[in-house]
Design a binder for this molecule. Sequence first.
Ligand SMILES: Cc1cc2nc3c(=O)[nH]c(=O)nc-3n(C[C@H](O)[C@H](O)[C@H](O)COP(=O)(O)OP(=O)(O)OC[C@H]3O[C@@H](n4cnc5c(N)ncnc54)[C@H](O)[C@@H]3O)c2cc1C
Length: 637
Amino acid sequence: MSWITVSWALIATTVLFAFIPQGNEVQIILRQLFSLICFVVLTLVTVVGGLAFSPWSLPFKELGKPRRGILNERFTKKKVEETKFDAIVIGSGMGGLSCAASLSRFGRKVLVLEQHDMAGGGTHTFVVDGKKDFTFDSGLHYTVPQSAELLQLACGTRHKPVEFDKLGVEDGCFDKVVLGDPSQDGFRIKHDQKHLDDLRKQFPDAKDQEELSAFLKISSTINAMIPVWILSKVFPSRVRKIWNKLFLSGVWDKYAKRTGEDVTTSLVSNKKLASLLSGLWMDAGTPPSDASFVMTAALSVGFPKEGGAYPTGGSELMASSLIQAIEVDGGKVLVRARVQEIVVENNCAKGVMMEDGTFIACPLVIGACGYGNLYTKLLPDQVVPSNYVTRNANGERSLPPLLTYSMGWVMANIGIRANPEEVGITCTNAWIQNCSEKNGWDLFKGNTDYFKDPLNADTIPMMVTFPSLKDRACVDGKDNRITCQLLALSSHEWFNKWWDDNGKHATDGEYLKLKQKWQDRMVGALVARFPAIKDKIDFVDLSTPLSIMYFLNKPAGGAIGLDVTPQRFADEVTADLLDMKTPVEGVWLTGEDALLCGQPLAQLSGVLTAWRISGLTGSLRFLFGIFRLAISDLLGL
Ligand SMILES: Cc1cc2nc3c(=O)[nH]c(=O)nc-3n(C[C@H](O)[C@H](O)[C@H](O)COP(=O)(O)OP(=O)(O)OC[C@H]3O[C@@H](n4cnc5c(N)ncnc54)[C@H](O)[C@@H]3O)c2cc1C
């Protein structure tokens, strides 16, 4: 029996039920009311279900095995002359690829152009100086399990193209917050917020309990409203403003407008408790002194609810599955393909000019390479409205006053030859803080001290993470090979004087000496945490925000694009600047700056941009595709 037959049989039954002349008048009216509600619901379900299985909804795609070299197909003039593309996406991060794959579900031929020699943006992986047995992540250390569904949604496949393993050990701990001394195990953050009970036990004082409850209540409210804010990005500017007035003007506005540090310190007076609650701040890419409280809420409540996850088989599988989906519909993803300029005529996109002088004509161009690149470099000066950039006396463009670039990372990539069990290493991450009894357990003060004079801070705040152990399909650990990455949030200004357009900054002796100092401090903390690895470290490679600037072409080496300041969440002028639809017809912005940082949000940003480009009917078709998936799953089809 088909879906439609079952639904119509149920509808007919409810209608008949309404007309059974039994019971008193009230009972009959109640029954008729009940039947009416059932009729409406069933009819809606039937129509939606019917549409979901009609040709109008987007069908599932079949992806084969990824071909060899799928991530590094080189750009040539000939390759782009062979095909007429319907859309060009600049940048192959999760934002660009998710947008391209979603557009290709409508049968559009999409060309993705990537300046690096490997596709994937922040999800690409790399090896250090020929050490092929050790693979490192560039910009995905963990994500949330929903990355799997977002990938499936963009690829349009019946099943998840990549599985994501939930991180964590037996008790559900996937992150540890270490206050000060790196040799301490730290406070264990657990899946499904199970660590909150531990926190309550650790702070039994009535005042602490009360303040903790108040903090969690407000954080939960703000966290629950994040989807409403995300949805606002789907609407054109005018509708978005009404939406925000209706749904985001009360409690959201009150707290999103304030920084994480401001709200947390006003709610929680116990410094140690406030430090533990803010312990994942580095995940936001912006310190809580500058980041909106929305980020604190998301990281203290939302993230532990979802839990950390990592793609089984490595993060580059995310890009390769999306590229497969793009190629199925005749699209291409080419690397070493740096776009020089977006060509615009009469305020309409005409195509892109490549660095080598090749012009590729196309009326739809999507900038998935960040706001800064799009508005200060790629769009011709005359089409960029004055409030979108700041222009200096020479006419050079930089960000407008409302926006700032985020910080970058100093990252130590370390190869260790040891058995993880023997040296006490697991797949949990540790977040070491510059905060101890000495400074009154004050994480915020510790941050101020660190950012003022990083190498003289008592502790360098950093993340400790082990890619080879997070990836359950990775055999490195079994082979006595462990990859380890240490990440310390840092300003590009600390390194900027060594910047070289050709990436040759690393050869300067002074720069190398500075890097060595960072390395000694960071690796010193790692060895203090895991003393058994002392003689087992094979190599250490240290990169600075200059590498992020060079390899990912991120201005100012910002790890997450633009800072996640209060304006990003509660200011309409800023929301207008970051709107996916740009003031130039046919040019769109997607990725982390058009929504929010982090891989899952960059993925979602790409999908939402494709919806906006596809208009109402396109979005509905997409939605019916989602219903089809849900119904198929429900009925086990
Ligand atoms: C070191 C580091 C660690 C991180 N860790 C995590 C983490 O653990 N979890 C998480 O969720 N997020 C993490 N992030 C953040 C995450 O990587 C980003 O938020 C995400 O990559 C943004 O995706 P995107 O598609 O917007 O941009 P990107 O992934 O940055 O992709 C943009 C692409 O555009 C390309 N490009 C730029 N200019 C041009 C041009 N002119 N022509 C052609 N191509 C161009 C770039 O080369 C790049 O590949 C981390 C970031 C960094 C740097």
